[in-house]
Design a protein around this ligand. Structure first.
Ligand code: SF4
Length: 359
């Protein structure tokens, strides 16, 4: 295998963005309009927890069964971890994030202004119109902070740069079987889309060497976020190889590219055009069919759904997904984890036992 890709930290990326005159938006998971932020002079840096931050401070503001992403991100904010960002964007991915938007915006009122984005739970034309109106509302808030109202050139520049990064992400997945990198390094690069500038991500994604990846028993991973990245090293040590994913932090953000037209309609069509997704209210049967198609195409023997504890949209789909996939001969393991920094022995034992059933 080749040397591990060298990536900057989120902190370094924030400093670099500020040094080039950009504002920085901290963004909660996981669908949001990157070209819109860019056209308004913002660089997005995503927060998936962060892992390892204590739940204590954040948990005072939420019910005990609120997921780690919401609680730890709130702790991080209250500890001053977001003092360097210029705005906090909270998409309405789920009820937990909607609650976070309300608690922060209405009660905590932190220093960085809290912006929200309501995502529709459907893909009908009316959902596209609703989302385009929401994007107009978000654009006004961003312009109110940066003072920047994009002209046609700024829109085109933003769509071109983010479109190239989206193509680079899609290409990574398309080339996965021909890249000489470990799963850990592959997903470190996939996840660098969460914080790198679009141009930097495009360059890093394009630099992965062609060749044979390490072998192993083919597995598909679903869920929200494969955190910590050590998960992939443990899977490799158990003889597994991740050949496909349906992760919120991965494949679910391979969006179609929309050319030309009104920028807001274009953004809405792009955001609504991704794969079936439990947070969009897609029918479970449609999601199961998509998973089956990809399991068969990649030769994966089973599906591991890896979620932060208390993730309601994911939990809702599990029983029906298990039934659909089980009927087609694909076993499913659902793991709920805490984003506390490491993997528990219980998680590793359940993974090992699942792997044995796939031999
Ligand atoms: S982990 Fe689940 S419940 Fe938590 S923010 Fe993500 S989608 Fe929402």
């Amino acid at each position: 295998m080749t040397a591990r890709p060298v990536l900057p930290t989120r902190r370094e990326v924030v400093a670099r963005a500020h040094a080039t005159g950009l504002r920085v938006a901290g963004v909660l998971p996981y669908h949001y309009p990157r070209p819109l932020l860019r056209a308004h002079g913002f660089h997005p840096v995503e927060l998936w927890g962060p892992p390892g931050v204590s739940r204590d401070e954040g948990s005072r503001h939420f019910q005990a069964y609120t997921c780690d992403i919401v609680v730890r991100a709130t702790s991080f904010l209250l500890q001053g971890g977001l003092d360097t960002v210029d705005a906090l964007l909270i998409p309405h991915t789920c009820d937990a994030l909607q609650g976070m938007g309300s608690v922060l915006g209405d009660f905590v009122r932190p220093t960085p202004p809290v912006l929200t984005l309501y995502l529709p739970r459907g893909r009908r034309p009316v959902d596209g119109e609703f989302l385009a109106a929401e994007l107009h509302r978000l654009a006004e808030s961003l312009a109110g902070i940066s003072g920047k109202v994009p002209d046609d050139d700024a829109w085109e520049e933003a769509f071109a740069a983010e479109g190239a990064a989206d193509r680079a992400l899609a290409s990574l997945f398309a080339r996965r079987a021909g890249l000489a990198v470990t799963d850990r390094d592959f997903y470190a690069v996939v996840r660098s889309r969460e914080f790198l500038a679009a141009e930097d991500f495009t360059a890093v994604a394009g630099s992965l060497p062609a060749g044979d990846p390490p072998g192993g028993l083919p597995l598909m991973l679903s869920g929200i976020v494969a955190e910590p990245l050590d998960l992939f090293e443990h899977l490799a040590a158990m003889g597994a190889r991740v050949v496909a994913d349906d992760l919120a932090s991965g494949w679910r953000r391979v969006y179609p590219l929309e050319d030309g037209g009104d920028p807001y309609e274009r953004l809405a069509a792009r955001l609504l055009g991704g794969p079936p997704d439990p947070t969009r209210g897609d029918p479970i049967a449609a999601r199961a069919q998509e998973l089956l198609t990809r399991l068969r195409a990649t030769g994966a023997r089973g599906l591991v759904i890896y979620d932060p504890k208390f993730c309601e949209p994911e939990l809702f789909d599990i029983p029906r997904l298990r039934a659909h996939l089980g009927a087609a001969g694909y076993p499913l393991l659902h793991l709920e984890v805490e984003l506390g920094g490491g993997l528990s022995q219980q998680t590793l034992t359940r993974l090992e036992a699942f792997m044995e059933t796939l031999q």
